[in-house]
Design a protein around this ligand. Sequence first.
Ligand SMILES: C[S@@+](CC[C@H](N)C(=O)[O-])C[C@H]1O[C@@H](n2cnc3c(N)ncnc32)[C@H](O)[C@@H]1O
Length: 412
Amino acid sequence: MLELGEINVFGTGAGPWHLTDRVMWLIMGCSSLMGDRRILEALEVREHQVRLPLAYGDQLGPAIEGAPKPLGILVSGDVGLFSLAQRVCGLFPHRVRLFPNVSSLQLMASRLKRSWANVPVISVHGRPPLEALELRRFLWGRPEGAVLLGRPQDVRETLLRLGELVRPDVTGHLGWDLGTPREQVFHGGLDQLAHLPYTGNLSILWLSAGPQGFFGEQSLSCLPPGPMDDSAFQRLQRVPMTKSPVRGLVTGLLQPLWGARILEVGTGTGALTCELARQAGPGVVVSIERDPEAMELARGNLERLGLALGVHLVGGSAPLDLRGTFDRIVIGGHGGALEDVIRWARDLLVPGGRVLVPCVLARSGPRALQALEEADLKCGMTRLFPTWGRPLGGDWMAEGMNPVDLVWGDLT
Ligand SMILES: C[S@@+](CC[C@H](N)C(=O)[O-])C[C@H]1O[C@@H](n2cnc3c(N)ncnc32)[C@H](O)[C@@H]1O
């Protein structure tokens, strides 16, 4: 039943003119109203009704407590969609009543004549820029998604950033001022939309993936099962490559990888990077390589196999300054500074994470084990004598490769 509680949060949709007479009557029945100046000014003045600016941060609770009751808090859009309503409910769980309204998501869906059921929605309003991992987890495998954009002056930068993180055939509908007389909806590629001169308020972007998905995920199933064959990678004679059976065991020891944030030191040819990116799916791989020629070779391999969007290649020599933390770390190259790289990697690992060091030199395995133990990680190792079969004279011959020690440490 529609009746006022002590603290009431009203969604005002695109503006107060969208409210039903009944909800407007309830708003006018409040002793005090709190909201953005833009929304408050659009309401008729009522004698003895106190009008208060919206309070932010730590001020919100005391401002609500101190306001005459019943209090009406006016939020734009709908109370269920990234609005202040959830915070107010958290602060006063048993004293709040919510009154919903039509959001820009619903308005946009109706303009495009599409359903918003099963369309993931994310808001970038008043928060740090979208990270690749967040966007990939949000849109992976979906045909559509909606982004509630922030301040008009930030929209272009957000569109350009999105354009770097998804495939170039991704398109979008960009809507401004939906539900108002100034309403505009534009369609195009993200770069085209970013360069539109039009601006307004409460913008929303409705994204549509191309046939291969937002990140190329629809074509990943075309890759053969198991670790990719060594012949899948272009090579340069002087750039090393981790061979197929070793890649298979390395990625096995790092499971689960799906959705993980992974760091690799020593991209080399990019063969392990490709395998990690494929198995991480919506996750991301950050891979560091000190040799620029190797990095370009790896970039080419990643692009050819459709895996480049999930990998951020960093040129330089580890240890180096890096933002964020990782679920999995592989140290495939260290240039002799093994202990330093392991100590640095440990500080980048999340609890429950694993750092793994494939070692081809006889002394590297024991050194890695000692450094991992000294870094207070729970260690394990296996020694692999890999072979790979090839057809020979109507039969198959298993060809041996150099042994490899795989040494790891877990942060418990
Ligand atoms: C064995 S290869 C890696 C092969 C790679 N896993 C693959 O599958 O192609 C080691 C790589 O680590 C790089 N490297 C060595 N020390 C490094 C460091 N401190 N930081 C970044 N890269 C390094 C080398 O240039 C080399 O390309």
